[in-house]
Design a protein around this ligand. Structure first.
Ligand SMILES: [Zn+2]
Length: 232
């Protein structure tokens, strides 16, 4: 008898608690501007917003552009931004074709890891649209200048015929080795390749590329090359 009363009291207590919590959640949601929407609808709306709103970039253009212009008066930064977008598109094509043979160093590893993430599925990136590319960081020390670009872009990720609109963001690192004598390659873990033929440069004491024979120091003074790319 007492047991039964105990169970009834417990059930009444649990129901009261359940409705109390529901009312509290409702009020909290209303106070955040989600009037009349249930949690499922709110999650759905957040998902749609994720698909439609481009990922934000923190542009440092105003801070660094003048410094870059001062250090490299002949460099066309907009051209380099387009170059950075081209690296991204090349990576995407590499993933689609499951082919990394034309890529080098960290960029090759990046594409390999993306292919691995797709678990061998047939993936295409349809209607790729680049929203914006900005300078995210700039450093100039010990014979190497480094520019980081951040790019916001969207695409329809098509996996085995199932297409999902996706907003994405990546960061590329462009380096210019303008004074080889000052560079501490080991410390910087750079994977530097010949700007002319793309072969890896193993020995920095050589003035010419071991493969194509072009003058390394002369070429590298002028050229920013992509050293790394990551999504973030
Ligand atoms: Zn070469």
């Amino acid at each position: 008898m007492y047991f039964l009363i105990g169970v009834i009291i417990l059930i009444v207590f649990c129901l009261t608690f359940y409705f109390y919590i529901r009312i509290r959640i409702r009020r909290t949601l209303d106070s955040f501007g989600f009037q009349g929407m249930n949690i499922k609808e709110i999650i759905e709306e957040a998902r749609l917003e994720d698909q439609e709103v481009p990922k934000s970039l923190s542009s440092m253009d105003r801070i660094y552009l003048e410094q870059i212009r001062k250090d490299f008066p002949k460099l066309n930064i907009n051209e380099l931004k387009r170059e950075s977008e081209k690296v991204l598109l090349d990576c995407i094509h590499g993933v689609e074709k499951n082919d990394t043979s034309r890529l080098n160093g960290k960029i090759k590893s990046f594409v390999k890891s993306m292919i691995h993430d797709n678990e061998g599925k047939n993936v295409t990136y349809d209607d790729v649209k680049i929203h914006n590319t900005v300078v995210a960081d700039y450093k100039n020390e010990k014979g190497i200048a480094t520019i980081h670009f951040a790019t916001s872009y969207q695409y329809y990720l098509n996996t085995n015929g199932h297409s999902v609109k996706t907003q994405d963001r990546c960061r590329t690192e462009f380096i210019c080795v303008y004074d080889i004598q000052k560079v501490e390659i080991e410390k910087k873990s750079l994977s530097i390749h010949c700007p002319n033929c793309g072969s890896p440069i193993r020995n920095f004491s050589h003035e010419n590329c071991e493969y194509c024979g072009s003058s390394l120091i002369e070429n590298m003074k002028k050229v920013f090359v992509c050293n790394d790319i990551v999504r973030y």
